[in-house]
Structures are given as structure tokens and as C-alpha cells.
Design a protein around this ligand. Structure first.
Ligand code: DAH
Length: 340
């Protein structure tokens, strides 16, 4: 029995010391020390020993149990250390490698200007209204007092989808949609995309953007129009921006005015950008025509209003002294990065 115990101990010690992982080690522990393990099996024969032999063999058996559990503990430590070592190697970081650049995007210059205008008008108590880009001729022309034979409706200038459905040529259509829904006091701006059959050049594009403005209330006057537009223009171009109001005609306003900005490229002396004029046409505006109010069910004897429409591209070119509109949609990163 003594030999059996010694042999058992020897083979256990050897197997345990070379266990490859925690699972193998646990299997070995159960195999040798478990309640149904090999050591217990040997000890079952203790009963057959003489009274003198029993304590001696008992001592050897205890010895073997302690040695084997010691070896298991030792192997546990060895395997844990190896696991840490393995992780350290696997997760090694070379802090001398160059870092990865994180490139943060930024707003497009058109969005910068749009955000500025929206913020300015929200500050003056306006809210933002929206309307469809595919629009009927009723909202884009008829309800804006623009008769069937008006040149603005020409098929040469407007994208027609059918006889009475078009891509809107102006955001003024949102005036009508707003006044149909909402009664005075009304104070809205409506930014959005607009379409005209224009050839692309430094100041034209068949797809462009406008911001429409509309105020209707009791006692609104041309002075309110002037004050609001001056606030807009000075907000965008600074206190010293030179502007002029020029009489004009729009079917949906009476009286009407166009507002020009002194050319930011030549300072007013005349250059190709301003076509030698010294001024750049910025926006159209006027007092809402009584017929338009009436069409929308608002009594023109009680209410007056003003409206304006401004091209966001124009605003943007002036704001950043950009000489060519095409730069805004060509997506040349060398151009766009300047606004980061
Ligand atoms: N809709 C005009 C255009 O596209 C701009 C405009 C002029 C808008 C006068 C208005 C306005 O609301 O009152 O050129």
C-alpha cells in the first residue's frame, strides 16, 4: 500500500506540474483528490491493515494529499501568471506610433449663413415655416396675384411637371400656405430650395435657395419693412454695410422695393461681379398686396403686412466675399476647409 501511495503521488505531481491550462488542472485535482478520486480509492483498503501499520500508512497518505494539493496550488499560480503574461503581450501598445487624426466636420458656408439668419429672426419673434418644393401653380403664382400670362410663369424659366404642377420658383408660395392656415399676427420666415431654368454661371444656378419673410398684423408699415431688412443686412454684413432701396414691381406687393448691397468685391466702383454697377441685387420686398391678403381670407381693411424674399447664395457670397457661386456646390475640399 505504501508503494501504491508513493506511485500515486509521483504520477500526480508530474501530471499536475505540466498541466497546460486551468481546465486540465481542475480535471487532475478531481481525479486524484476528489471524493471518488484515486487517493480515496487507495484509502478504502486501510481497514485491512494491522493496528501498527494503520498510523504509518495514514501518515504517508496525509503526506501525499498535502503534497498533491500543494502542487495544485502551485500550478494555479503558474497558470495565472502565464495568463497575465499572455494578455500583456496581446494588448501591447506601442506609444511611439503616430496617432490617428480625428477629422471633425464643420458646417457648409451656406448653412452658416442660414443659421445666422434664422437665429436673428427667431430673436425678433419670427418662427420658421416650411412648404413643398414640388408646388402647384396656384400657390406659386395665382394666389400671389401673378396672372396666367405673367412672364414669371414662362416655360422657358420654370420647370413644369404638368400644366399646374411645377418645381417652385420662389419660396413666396409659403406665404399663401401660411396665411391659409394661420390668421394674424403672423411673423414667419421660410428657408428652402427653389428652381429656375437658368444656365450655371458665377451668379446663377438652376437650383438655389431663398428665405421668404412675412409679417401680417394690424398697423404694419413700410417703416417696419425697412427696419427689419436693415437689421438683417447689418446682422450679416456688419454695421457699415451700404444698402439701397430701389423701387420695383412684384405682382404680390404694393409698393415694392428691391434692396441692393454695395459690391463687396470692388467697393462700388464697378467690376465683373456686379456687372459694372457697383451694387449687387440682394432681395425683393414690399407691402403685401391687398388682393393677396383677401385671397387668403385676411381682411385688407383691417390688416397690413410686409414680405421679402432673399437668395441665400447671394447672402453667402457677400458674407464671405466669395466671387463665384459655383464654389458653393462643387464640393472642392480646398474651398470648403476654409470655413472650418
Ligand atoms: N419672390 C421674389 C423672387 O423670387 C422675391 C420676393 C420679392 C419675395 C418681393 C417677396 C416679396 O416676398 O415681397 O425674386
Amino acid at each position: 500500500m505504501r508503494d501504491k501511495l508513493e506511485a500515486l503521488k509521483a504520477s500526480a505531481m508530474e501530471l499536475i506540474s505540466s498541466a497546460a491550462d486551468e481546465r486540465a488542472l481542475e480535471d487532475l485535482r478531481v481525479r486524484f483528490l476528489g471524493r471518488k478520486g484515486e487517493l480515496t480509492a487507495v484509502l478504502k483498503d486501510m481497514g485491512r491493515l494491522s493496528a501498527e501499520e494503520r498510523p504509518v500508512i495514514g501518515q504517508i497518505a496525509n503526506d501525499a494529499r498535502e503534497s498533491i494539493s500543494g502542487a495544485v496550488k502551485e500550478a494555479e499560480r503558474r497558470l495565472a501568471a502565464a495568463a497575465v503574461e499572455h494578455r500583456l503581450k496581446a494588448e501591447k501598445i506601442d506609444v511611439t506610433l503616430p496617432g490617428k487624426t480625428v477629422t471633425a466636420g464643420h458646417r457648409h458656408p451656406m448653412t452658416v449663413v442660414l443659421d445666422e439668419v434664422v437665429e436673428m429672426f427667431i430673436g425678433m419673434g419670427f418662427s420658421v415655416a416650411e412648404g413643398p418644393e414640388v408646388e402647384t401653380t396656384y400657390y406659386c403664382f395665382d394666389a400671389l396675384n401673378t396672372g396666367e400670362h405673367h412672364p414669371a410663369r414662362d416655360r422657358q424659366d420654370t420647370f413644369y411637371l404638368s400644366d399646374d404642377v411645377i418645381l417652385r420658383t420662389q419660396t413666396s408660395s409659403v406665404q399663401i400656405r401660411t396665411m391659409e392656415r394661420q390668421k394674424p399676427p403672423i411673423r414667419i420666415i421660410s428657408p428652402g430650395r427653389t428652381y429656375r431654368k437658368d444656365e450655371i454661371d458665377a451668379t446663377h444656378s438652376p437650383v438655389f435657395h431663398q428665405i421668404e419673410g412675412l409679417v401680417v398684423d394690424k398697423g404694419v408699415t413700410f417703416a417696419d419693412l425697412k427696419g427689419t431688412l436693415e437689421a438683417l443686412i447689418k446682422g450679416i454684413y456688419g454695421e457699415n454695410a451700404a444698402v439701397r432701396f430701389r423701387p420695383h414691381h412684384f405682382p404680390y406687393t404694393e409698393p415694392s422695393a428691391e434692396v441692393d448691397l454695395q459690391c463687396f468685391k470692388c467697393g462700388g466702383s464697378g467690376c465683373p461681379l456686379c456687372k459694372g454697377q457697383g451694387w449687387i441685387e440682394l432681395l425683393g420686398s414690399g407691402m403685401v398686396h391687398p388682393k393677396v391678403l383677401a385671397i387668403c381670407g385676411i381682411d385688407p381693411e383691417v390688416y397690413t403686412g410686409f414680405a421679402f424674399g432673399v437668395g441665400i447664395e447671394r447672402l453667402c457670397l457677400g458674407r464671405f466675399s466669395i466671387p463665384d457661386m459655383r464654389l458653393l456646390f462643387e464640393n472642392d475640399m480646398r474651398f470648403l476647409r476654409q470655413f472650418g
